[in-house]
Write a protein that binds this ligand. Structure first.
Ligand code: GLC
Length: 552
């Protein structure tokens, strides 16, 4: 396939959770003006694209994923003119903006839903999925479907004696995409933002868009915990409510809307499923979604052998021109550095890998300074999921990379060592408690320290930006025979030029064959290493514990 590299195939995306990034009004909640103030920081870090979690009108039952107006800004975050200013400031810096698009559902408070729920004859009735129960008088829901978070997926409304379907939480009800009016309206929501100039969308739980028309009962599985390899969870396979053939077609319809616009913009989908299912979203001719989140790193132990296996599968299943993504964390997952037991050396090594693989890296705010996951009580959690599971005695399962309250990965950004970590003015209470780690882990402190994680990200992003081989080069593993459990090595190749990446995953010094005679060191996780010394007799080079290097 002869397809040129487009800007989005090699960009670097940073995810901002607006509620927690920077508060300029003193209400304890981050806002758009706060993001504007921090754009220089992000530009200096080397970020090219920013994806924003939703800042649209919402009662905030699920912190913005429950929307009441898709084309307006929630007042706690600012106004439409703040948005316009933010977009302009970003474009002036050559940065791209990606919005979160929650197509699957609306808030239960959305005027569309209120109308729809009001009577069986309401013109908006068919905008949602209403069905009769199995017995009259609200006795039994239409089928056995469960939500992604457990419990029946049907909510009974006695005013019309019918049930309505929702996939996630009862505060968010699924739209009915079999109704062409709904589709048309939501495509126009996309155009509304595209006309303003936004550069892409992140598609929230896209795999849940369609459900089986006949509402066939779901099937049983022994799988309890969610996995990044299939959709089964809590004893249900989710065969009839996720990844329906209609949803793959829908991905291509979304692409067509995007293709109305120049210059090219992109879609990245949040979808769960098997690799075969995921591949279908890219479209048979790469004419579906531009990218999908590939989440496996978020739930895989730090191990070169296991990481190599994921990379191998990604390269095999999504070869060029398909664009893979490399994701270590987001607002739903445990913070990556906490899976690494807060080990900064390991985080540097992982970042070196993430930013030198073929594809698009996604960096979650605070990941660049090593913000850890914070413990919160489930019962008093801000996150509705945490409250829902408050009867469970444990709150997190590190090995699987998730915690039952997502509050832990959403704490305010740690800018300084001042009270409130420089996120909010000192005299106010932040919406979520600031992590106790802020005295030691904060931007101001890390900027000054050349050996910090933040400066490691900066150096890596600079090298990536300056080096077309790292952006566009082919990927190839270097066989490490007896060192599979200690080391990961690969090369990137572009127009006969090569760059090598060697990563020592062990706590020991490693002696390795150097693939070139006189290597030029481009980067080391050790900030003070200036050269790569190779023994001229046997061509052996030495890596320090957990060191990662890039050289040509
Ligand atoms: C996605 C979002 C998550 C949200 C859910 C419902 O998984 O990432 O934060 O709660 O969808 O919209």
């Amino acid at each position: 396939m002869t397809e040129k590299f487009k800007w989005w195939m090699k960009t670097v995306v940073y995810q901002i959770y607006p509620r927690s990034f920077k508060d300029t009004t003193g209400n304890g909640i981050g806002d758009l003006q706060g993001v504007i103030e921090k754009l220089d920081y992000l530009q200096e870090l080397g970020i090219e694209t920013i994806w924003f979690s939703p800042f649209f009108k919402s009662p905030q039952a699920d912190h913005g994923y429950d929307i009441t107006d898709f084309c307006d800004i929630a007042p706690e975050y600012g106004s439409m003119s703040d948005f316009d200013k933010l977009l302009k400031e970003m474009h002036d810096r050559d940065m791209k903006m990606v919005l979160d698009f929650v197509l699957n559902h609306t808030s239960v408070e959305h005027p569309w839903f209120k109308e729809s729920a009001s009577s069986r004859d309401d013109p908006k009735r068919d905008w949602y999925i209403w069905r009769d129960g199995k017995k009259s008088g609200g006795k039994k829901p239409p089928n056995n479907w469960k939500t992604m978070t457990g419990g029946s997926a049907w909510l009974y409304y006695d005013n019309t004696d019918q049930w309505v379907y929702f996939h996630f939480l009862p505060s968010m009800i699924d739209l009915n995409y079999r109704n062409p009016e709904v589709k048309k309206t939501m495509f126009n929501v996309m155009r509304f933002w595209l006309d303003k100039g936004v550069d892409g969308f992140r598609l929230d739980i896209l795999h849940a868009i369609y459900e089986d028309e006949q509402l066939r009962n779901d099937t049983f599985t022994w799988q309890i915990l969610p996995s990044d390899k299939n959709t089964a969870t809590l004893f249900r396979t989710h065969k009839y409510d996720l990844n329906l053939p209609e949803t793959y077609d829908f991905a291509m319809e979304l692409r067509k809307v995007m293709d109305e616009y120049e210059p090219e913009r992109f879609l990245v989908g949040e979808v769960d499923g098997t690799v075969e299912q995921l591949k279908k979203y890219y479209g048979p001719k790469n004419n579906g979604l531009h990218m999908l989140f590939l989440f496996e790193f978020t739930s895989t132990p730090f191990n070169p052998y296991k990481y190599a296996d994921i990379i191998n599968r990604i390269e095999k299943n999504f070869p060029f021109p398909y664009t893979p993504t490399y994701v270590f964390g987001n607002h739903d997952r445990m913070r990556f550095i906490s899976i690494l037991n807060e080990n900064v050396q390991k985080a540097k090594l992982a970042a070196t890998m993430q930013l030198t693989l073929r594809g698009v890296p996604f960096i979650y705010y605070g990941e660049e300074i090593g913000m850890p996951n914070t413990k919160f009580k489930l019962r008093t959690s801000q996150d509705p999921i945490g409250r829902k599971f408050s009867w469970i005695p444990i709150s997190q399962i590190k090995i699987l990379g998730f915690s039952l309250t997502r509050d832990g990965c959403r704490t305010p950004m740690q800018w300084t060592d001042k009270f409130n970590a420089g996120f909010s003015p000192e005299n106010c209470e932040t919406w979520l408690r600031v992590s106790d780690s802020y005295k030691k882990i904060n931007v101001a402190r890390e900027i000054k320290n050349l050996g910090s994680l933040l400066n490691c990200y900066r150096r890596l992003l600079k090298i990536r930006r300056e080096n077309i081989i790292l952006q566009e080069g082919k990927f190839e593993f270097i066989e490490m025979k007896n060192l599979k459990k200690k080391c990961l090595a690969y090369r990137r190749i572009h127009n006969n030029q090569e760059i090598f990446i060697y990563l020592n995953f062990s706590k020991d010094f490693l002696k390795l064959d150097c693939p070139v005679k006189k290597p030029t060191l481009l980067f080391s996780t050790l900030a003070n290493r200036v050269a790569l010394n190779v023994n001229s007799n046997n061509n052996i080079m030495k890596l320090t514990p957990f060191e990662g290097i890039i050289f040509s």
